[in-house]
Design a protein around this ligand. Structure first.
Ligand SMILES: O=C(O)c1[nH]c(=O)[nH]c(=O)c1Cl
Length: 312
């Protein structure tokens, strides 16, 4: 299958990218994704202006049997300069996306001003859905704040930009966020981030699994697949066609990848299952996807993308 996909000035030859936050904290992790068979792109951990150690541990739990995760990492990262050094200093094998975040609007603007002034020419992903910094609502759940930030960003930022969105659960919210995003020259949206503030209990000890926020954390893996598919589908139906979609959420096998394509995904990102299985996951997913294509006689992605059928 020819997976060639373009987003802004970047050409991808495979569908898969790591989800920001997974396998992308350090040079070593980023290089493992660069060199992973069937990986199409790499994205950095969402970077803040300064290095952060994040929340106290345990802050991440994976149930590898059920393919589910919960996390309240608290934005641990090595700081924007570390990741800028990585993307500028190394001849990178794959298109490498830069994930940016800020604990306040000023930090977001300052981070993007630094990127704008740098020689970085790839895609930037503005994380509007960082769930686990206590006391901070997800920006993308505050529609006025979302519009304000995008106004301020696009007043100066001229490099290709995407936004990472949290899941929405209300049709009116799909309408509202899409109406906002359609007002800006976005290269893409990445939907979805983890499903916010879930709770997982240890049956042995009647105790929460993670320490921060009394056990509340972002959910990932199989348990969020239906929500992820719905968000990809709803956004595809509402956004201008030139705004591409990176689909994230619930991908553990080839059929899930196929379903995200049916809902309109241009690329597919893998988070929880990458964390559980490691970078060989991309080759397994591509192999399973090609088996589905063979069964259905599909030879071109245009036969799948956005082709979800409804009941007449
Ligand atoms: O706690 C985190 O670092 C975190 N965890 C997530 O599940 N999504 C995010 O965007 C971030 Cl920034």
């Amino acid at each position: 299958m020819d997976y060639t996909t373009k987003i802004a000035n970047q050409v991808f030859h495979h569908l898969f990218i790591n989800a920001a936050g997974v396998y992308c904290q350090t040079f070593e992790e980023l290089e493992q994704i660069q060199n992973a068979p069937c990986a199409g792109a790499v994205i950095t951990k969402s970077a803040t202006a300064k290095e952060r150690s994040g929340n106290s541990e345990p802050r991440y739990f994976e149930n590898s049997v059920e393919h589910n995760t919960i996390n309240s990492m608290g934005l641990p990262n090595l700081g924007i300069d570390y990741y800028l050094n990585y993307v500028l200093k190394h001849s990178l094998k794959l298109p490498t996306l830069f994930s940016i975040v800020g604990l306040c609007q000023k930090e977001i603007i300052d981070n993007l001003k630094k990127l704008q002034a740098s020689d970085f020419s790839g895609l930037t992903e503005l994380n509007l859905s960082y769930p686990n910094v206590s006391g901070k609502p997800q920006i993308a759940y505050d529609f006025a704040a979302t519009r304000e930030i995008l106004d301020n960003v696009f007043a100066f930022y001229s490099k290709p930009l995407g936004v990472k969105l949290p899941p929405y659960f209300d049709i009116a919210h799909f309408d509202q966020i899409a109406a906002i995003l359609n007002d800006y020259p976005l290269a893409y949206v990445n939907a979805i981030n983890s499903v916010g503030n879930g709770l997982v209990i240890d049956p042995e000890t009647d105790t929460v699994m993670i320490k921060p926020k009394d056990g509340f954390g972002g959910l990932g893996g199989k348990q969020i697949k239906a929500t992820a598919l719905a968000n990809v589908r709803a956004l595809r139906q509402r956004l201008h066609p030139q705004i591409k979609i990176i689909a994230t959420g619930g991908v553990t096998n080839g059929r899930n990848v196929y379903d995200h394509l049916l809902c309109g995904a241009d690329l597919v990102s893998v988070g929880s299952q990458l964390g559980i299985e490691g970078p060989t996951v991309f080759a397994r997913l591509e192999k399973e996807l090609e088996e589905i294509f063979a069964d259905k006689g599909i030879t071109d992605l245009r036969q799948v993308r956005g082709k979800l059928k409804l009941i007449a």
